[in-house]
Design a protein around this ligand. Structure first.
Ligand code: FAD
Length: 486
């Protein structure tokens, strides 16, 4: 390994002079990169995974003058973001929204020329929780009065916890052991007192983490709120995580980063093994091998655990990766001839504890007469519906929407869905979900490098963990961390 490594330049040809904003790859540089990143070649850093974290890390490292190769299992870049088409419009089948405090993603989008536009939120939302249905304006669901006050107090308690948690090191919080011994469900039962307050919290937990409240550690949930700057930032449209969308889709940003990296991004290469010694790493995808001084693994823990490490992975890191499953989610887009709910003065947003599908939002194209909705099966419903025939899922989605928006919902012009939970290379979303006892026992292994292997991915972000912005931040963090060692 050492011999091949020293034969090749420490700096890959593309690393020289490739500015961070540079999108075009000069033919000579591309040729050199092809040589430098072909199997058997050696680079400074081998990045595993071409989602937002991996592409950001690679781009940053290259801009600092280091040579990189990004090895991706899938036949496309973008990871948990992905383009799809409905009624002739390109949409995001994975991550899509951005909020105003997600400044790293917004800066990247601006740099690469991808514009945002506000989520449609004109009119009334619908809430139907614990048998109480209402229409309301703004961000706070109009629960029945006692439930609303209970819900507000519960959210206040989460925000108080979130303000005290030293994210990302949530395990250092004085009350960490207590919170980490509870699930969100047991915490809800101990802290919310009304059926409406409890049910609203359950619906929102599913919507935020794609997991059942009984599966998630309360420390992890409060830390998630801390990572976003508070619970309200997670659930809000205006000013929150659902504030805006990307014109043409967020996936374009990943595609543009990959285009600039050129042949340094290798697709269809599922990394099966990483070996390391005192001088470097060998990253293998079957018989293909890439040598590097360091590796940055951006796959979420449950996928990183499928790689064979030599020497064996540390007990802490292996313990962590055995205990951080991805949430369960199915995302569906439904197109209509027109956004008929707007004619009724509705935003399209519905929050209900009576449906399998939901919540859903208006996602109508900005130009033209068409209307469309986008929504999710999250947590338990995603588990229940992932293995059923697609036609049955579609029928359930339409039935659930019709319950609130009327019969017109039963006649879409197009429908497209992504069953993330059954995607073998992704295994779910939106994010990895620690159960009780995981963060306090294994948390530091999320970030701590193991020898020459460093970790990135939204799960390791220091803010907005779980989001695309967090993935970008984590890529920047890893590039800085490894860059200091090169
Ligand atoms: C349905 C859905 C909706 C979402 N909505 C939003 C939203 O609106 N806003 C938001 O900010 N976030 C959203 N998210 C979350 C967001 O998409 C993710 O947080 C983010 O994309 C994660 O990026 P990442 O680079 O950390 O990981 P990933 O995107 O998962 O990238 C990891 C990459 O590693 C690859 N990989 C895995 N194993 C290997 C291997 N052995 N060898 C080689 N490659 C490997 C994978 O194929 C993948 O490409 C959503 C996610 C989903 C699924």
């Amino acid at each position: 390994m050492d011999e091949i490594r020293t034969r090749l330049s420490r700096r890959g040809a593309l690393g020289l002079g490739a500015g961070i904003a540079g999108l075009a790859v000069a033919p000579a540089a591309a040729e050199a990169a092809t040589r430098a990143t072909a199997p058997g070649a050696s680079v400074d850093v081998v990045v595993v995974g071409a989602g937002f974290a991996g592409l950001t890390a690679a781009r940053r490292l290259r801009a600092a003058g280091h040579s990189v190769v990004v090895v991706e299992a899938d036949d496309r870049v973008g990871g948990r973001t992905k383009p799809g088409k409905i009624a002739g419009e390109v949409v995001d089948l994975g991550g899509q929204w951005v909020g105003p405090s997600q400044t790293h993603l917004l800066a990247l989008a601006k740099e690469l020329g991808v514009a945002t536009y506000p989520q449609y939120a004109t009119g009334l939302n619908i809430v139907d929780i614990a048998g109480h249905s209402a229409r309301y304006e703004g961000e706070v669901p109009a629960l029945e009065p006692a439930a609303l006050s209970d819900f507000a107090q519960t959210v206040g308690k989460i925000d108080t916890l979130a303000a005290k948690i030293p994210f990302p090191r949530s395990w250092d919080f004085a009350g960490a052991a207590d919170l980490d011994s509870q699930t969100v469900e047991t915490w809800i039962l101990a802290n919310a007192t009304t059926p409406g307050g409890r049910s609203a919290m359950r619906v929102l937990t599913r919507a935020l983490l794609s997991a059942e409240p009984s599966q998630v550690s309360m420390l992890a949930f409060a830390a998630y709120a801390a990572s976003a700057g508070g619970f309200s930032a997670l659930i809000a449209t205006r000013g929150g995580a659902q504030d805006a969308l990307f014109d043409g889709g967020v996936w374009q940003i990943a595609a543009k980063m990959a285009a600039a990296l050129g042949p340094a991004v290798v697709l269809n290469a599922p990394v099966s093994a990483i070996a390391q010694d005192g001088s470097g790493v060998t990253v293998s995808a079957g018989a293909r091998k890439w040598l590097g001084r360091y590796a940055v693994v951006t796959a979420p823990p449950a996928l990183a655990s499928r790689i064979t490490y030599t020497p064996a992975m540390s007990a802490m890191r292996d313990g962590l990766t055995q205990r951080m499953p991805l949430g369960c989610v199915i995302k569906a887009h439904i197109a209509y001839a027109r956004p008929f709910w707007r004619e009724q003065g509705l935003t399209g947003l519905v929050l209900s504890d009576r449906t399998e599908f939901g919540p859903w939002f208006d996602h109508s194209p900005r130009n033209g007469p068409g209307g469309s909705l986008v929504g999710f099966f999250d947590g338990g419903p995603a588990q229940r519906w992932a293995d059923r025939p697609a036609a049955q899922r579609r029928a359930q989605v339409l039935k659930d929407i019709a319950l609130y928006l009327g019969e017109a919902a039963l006649s879409p012009v197009d429908y497209v869905e992504e069953v993330w939970t059954r995607a073998p290379l992704h295994r779910g979303g939106y994010v990895s979900v620690p159960g009780p006892g995981v963060l306090t026992n294994f948390g530091p292994a999320l970030f701590e490098p193991v020898g020459r292997i460093h970790w990135a991915g939204t799960e390791t972000a220091k803010a907005w963990s779980g989001y695309i912005d967090g993935a970008v931040r984590s890529g920047e963090q890893a590039a800085e961390e490894v860059g200091r060692l090169l």
